[in-house]
Design a protein around this ligand. Structure first.
Ligand SMILES: CC(C)(COP(=O)(O)OP(=O)(O)OC[C@H]1O[C@@H](n2cnc3c(N)ncnc32)[C@H](O)[C@@H]1OP(=O)(O)O)[C@@H](O)C(=O)NCCC(=O)NCCS
Length: 167
């Protein structure tokens, strides 16, 4: 797991290309290739190959996840969770109290994004806003967030999150 560099961009786009159930044609061929040139991020690398990625930007006072993906062959091994830890760690470094993103709402029956929501909820995210949109591909968007609290905060003295454990 390391910071994404320009050399990783082709690998990131390759993963996005392999996930058409989550990333539509516009995202795969336009949005993601452009956004990764402007967003920071982290990649998970195995045998020199990018197997997972997350991109980040700051907006509305939160560290926002732009794009997140793990290659299908590498799912369920904790890579997504590890990427999220790095995101939370980065939020703390930046002095930001929340990590956030948005995804397809649960009023839309589309199993791939049901998995995505489960992943985020399982990892401590909660819905803070629901928006109806006129985008046929995403008629309901949920905005989700997770608070990240620095180790010194008394409210989290019993937290077991690895990032909050002392060295
Ligand atoms: C969502 C995604 C990044 C998860 O990556 P992953 O490496 O498979 O996830 P992990 O193995 O780290 O799982 C972390 C936790 O989430 C849970 N989880 C992951 N996928 C899940 C699913 N489909 N259903 C239920 N729980 C799930 C795991 O059980 C694990 O929980 P645990 O630690 O309590 O066991 C990956 O499935 C993916 O790339 N999805 C497609 C793209 C996408 O949805 N991107 C986000 C929207 S842009």
């Amino acid at each position: 797991m390391r910071e994404m560099t320009q050399n990783d961009h082709a690998g990131v786009v390759q993963i996005a290309e392999s996930l058409p159930e989550w990333f539509d044609e516009t995202a795969r061929s336009h949005s993601i290739p452009i956004d990764i040139q402007h967003q920071r991020g982290f990649v998970a690398v195995q045998d020199g190959m990018v197997v997972g990625f997350v991109t980040l930007y700051v907006a509305e006072g939160r560290l926002q996840i732009g794009w997140l993906g793990v290659g299908k062959a590498f799912r369920g091994k904790g890579i997504g969770k590890a990427l999220l830890y790095r995101v939370e760690e980065r939020a703390l470094e930046l002095g930001l109290a929340e990590v956030a993103t948005y995804t397809l709402g649960d009023s839309v029956d589309y199993p791939p994004y049901e998995q995505t929501r489960l992943f985020y909820f399982r990892n401590g995210f909660e819905v803070y806003q629901r928006n109806q949109t006129d985008n046929p591909g995403c008629p309901e968007e949920i905005r989700i967030r997770k608070r990240v609290v620095p180790p010194s905060a008394p409210a989290n003295k019993d937290a077991t999150h690895p990032l909050l454990e002392p060295d």
